[in-house]
Design a protein around this ligand. Sequence first.
Ligand code: GLC
Length: 444
Amino acid sequence: MRGRFGLGAALAVSACALVVAACGGSSSSSSSGGGGGSSSSSGGVTVTGAKVIDPSSMNSPPKGTIHYCQGKDTTGAGKAVVSEFNQKYAAQGYKVVLTEFPASADQQRAQFIQRQQAKSNDCDVFSSDVIWTAEFASQKWLYDMTPYVNQSRTKYIPAPLETVHYAGKYWGVPETSDAAFLFYRTDKGTAPPATWQAVYQQAAKQGGIVYQGAPYEGLTCDFLELGFAAGGQVLDSSGKKSAFNSPANVKALQLMVDGIKNGAAPKAVTTYMEPETDQAWTSGKYGYMRNWTYAYAADNTSTSKVKGKYKVAPLPAFEGGGKAGILGGHNSVISTYTKNPGLALKFSDFYASPDFQKTLLLKFSQAAVIPDTYSASDVKKAIPYAPELLQALRQAKARPVSPVYPQISQAIYKNVNDALAGRVSPADAIKKASDQINSALSTF
Ligand code: GLC
């Protein structure tokens, strides 16, 4: 129930404001298709009047302090980037202060929206989830970063770069990309199963599987990984109608619901976000975990009961379907209300620099946005699955690109969570979500 009212209010306001800006879908089509979602791009969307960044402003911006806002720094990468930047530039009078928001993606969004609606400069730079570009750009809360990004477009892996692209412009600088893996216990002598069905069967015998089943953005990702693999979609090819109510999506949800019923997954997953999933996994009790790449390093600490006892595998196939992954990640976006856009750009540029990108992958097992990072020999040693990670990023599906994406996602995660908790049948949950997706789409 955390902040439900605040978030609901924020959603309502932003959905209304979007009516003007958002008609016609997005020009941002993911290189990977989007499970029917990002093909919604019908072009023709324009965002006019945005402030445009001057790339040279980062060379000698006014001295001062800016604030960088991001979700809870579970990995330590946020503290690292800020401290490295400050060490390098303190003598020149530049400083960045880290502001941590909650771990929940939905709450990070709500916190940023509150500040932007108040025209506050609390967050000069915000670590924006890849799914928010369309909404925030349409609201004119972001600097248009096109002149900066155009200077080095080829530097980035295409999929994460595409997540800052909307209405023909670039609205941020990629920070990290993201993909999920199946974590499994090497000390239990198992090989990673080839299908989700087999994962659940094995999990029932080997301590269980933990994942993010709380009603928030993470559950949308966790569900769509199975739903897309089973052949399900979110939107139809026009991007204007729900295609969510399908036998494939019901089958995927049924597998997850059965898993909780028969004890392959603990009922508590219905309350887990990423940190709770890590806590459960590092207790040593479970055989499998679905989590993002960061958990590889984050869960291997001295207090972890699974230290040195696990490996990761790409997500399995859905029996009768195929394989699918969801593209995650974050981008540095610069707030329209910053008083020091040059310093904000200097920091965003530092985050995306080859040196820090390497630190991200090597020390924090976070997905760098520069391809070369993955082939460095020390990286390959520390992150043995680096080639698979790069491959996963290239193949992952984007979530639907829409200014009303948050409402679409809410329809998915609330109803899926209701089914996981046993309050409704999988078929009813999928149908209700589909109706709510259509209502959300009809608001713009
Ligand atoms: C990760 C992903 C992000 C996703 C979130 C959901 O942080 O990078 O894209 O929305 O998890 O919890």
